[in-house]
Design a protein around this ligand. Structure first.
Ligand SMILES: [Zn+2]
Length: 259
């Protein structure tokens, strides 16, 4: 019986994730352009055709409309359904792994942060401060609920430590490559992600992020020369991987002392 409910809720969170993903597309695009989140209603950016409810169904509308605006046939970016689908999958996996728990809330927060940053960083090469501040506050509140106020403050200091470390890395990178290595958005993002784990775990997440980003950045550099590489999404992916794999401080100490 319990198994049945687990599958039922996993599917429910897949659908909820699809809907949230659709919203994150709007949030990411409009915040980057400093537009209102509510007005105007969703429309085709080319012909201003106002989207009807059946044109707003996550993933399915894209398939029905064959990836084009119904009125002017302007192609719709494939990123819309990809963001929707990924958010759905991340929400479902988060529930499947953690069930109803505080870890589940953190997994939802990180998944949401990742998908919004994918939209802003890939399209505009920025992470809006409003996003960093909002999620920084949410993570801090999460820490108070799951760890208590005292530990929440300790973890806020960990965030500051990671911010400082990332800042130092940027200065080092700038001196080494004689150009801007890391964006200010990445440093602030590291500051809020640093509030999740002890610094040693955060540094491991950062290392994983860099390893995943490496092959991707070669692709980015080939595609558009001397453009900055959006590192933000990789940063969050590193933290999500560490979380889903359940790696903690002790695992890392064991790994380091064994070598
Ligand atoms: Zn149109």
């Amino acid at each position: 019986m319990e198994q049945f409910y687990s599958i039922y809720f996993t599917i429910a969170f897949l659908i909820i994730g699809l809907i949230f993903g659709s919203f994150y597309n709007v949030v990411g695009l409009r915040l980057s352009k400093k537009e209102s989140l509510i007005f105007p209603a969703s429309h085709c950016p080319k012909c201003n055709h106002k989207l009807k409810p059946y044109e707003l169904i996550p993933v399915f509308s894209y398939i029905f409309l064959k990836g084009k605006c119904k009125k002017c046939k302007e192609p719709i970016s494939i990123m819309y359904p990809i963001v929707e689908l990924c958010t759905g999958i991340l929400f479902a996996v988060s529930f499947y792994k953690y069930g109803f728990s505080t870890d589940f809330i953190l997994a939802l927060l990180l998944s949401s942060l990742l998908m919004i940053i994918v939209v802003t960083d890939l399209n505009f090469y920025i992470i809006p401060d409003s996003i960093t501040i909002a999620f920084g506050l949410l993570i801090f509140i999460y820490n108070i609920i799951s760890k208590g106020i005292l530990d929440a403050c300790t973890y806020a200091v960990y965030g500051l430590i990671m911010f400082g470390l990332m800042y130092a890395l940027m200065m080092f990178g700038n001196a080494l490559f004689k150009k801007e290595s890391l964006g200010g958005g990445d440093i602030k993002l590291m500051g809020i992600l640093g509030m999740i784990n002890k610094p040693i775990v955060s540094i491991s997440s950062l290392t994983i992020s860099a390893f995943i980003a490496l092959p991707c950045s070669i692709y980015f550099l080939k595609k558009n020369k001397d453009k900055t590489i959006p590192f933000g999404p990789f940063l969050v992916i590193g933290f999500i991987l560490i979380m889903f794999l359940g790696i903690d401080t002790q695992d890392i100490i064991d790994f380091l002392t064994r070598a």
